[in-house]
Design a protein around this ligand. Sequence first.
Ligand code: IMP
Ligand code: MG
Length: 182
Amino acid sequence: MNSDLARILIPRERIAQRVRELAREIERTYADTEDDDLTFVTILSGSLIFLADLIRELPLRMKIGLITVSSYRGATTASSGSKLLEDLNVDVKGRHVVLVDDILDTGGTLRLVRERVAQAGAKSIRICVLLRKPSKAPPDVTADFVGFDIEDAFVVGYGLDYNDHYRNLPDIGVLRRELYMT
Ligand code: IMP
Ligand code: MG
């Protein structure tokens, strides 16, 4: 499976270190929030490994919510719009929410989820992404917490997939060009 990577972009040790730093940033941000009961909404399936590592570094009172969005990539790497596949499974009314996603690319996925969570009555919404691509995202979709800014390459591993494979790779790497259609 590793031989399907052109190269490793972010090795597991750097991911782990940065996840710890992000956790400290998030902790500081919510330190003065008087009703300090948060909900972390993870956007499946890409962010499940990131979420699992992140929240174990966070000594905050929290609940976890799940929402499933398809970014319609299938066997290609180009985004063609996002669609809600499974709705939010928890009540976020009156709660502070952190949306967690693997990567911010065109912003379509996070915009959709943010609208859904706002409609459900969240008190505040912040966005945390592990990766951000050179911003194709429109100015209305910005992340509050960002792990790494990366080049405009198609990456897999640590939860990120190509056609639902490679999520279990512990490092983040660039998929070999000949393995995908753009
Ligand atoms: P956006 O909606 O264009 O911002 O794309 C976000 C979603 O597309 C992410 O949640 C990922 O699932 C997927 N995605 C975007 N870029 C990549 C990539 O380089 N590798 C794997 N998945 C990606
Ligand atoms: Mg994906």
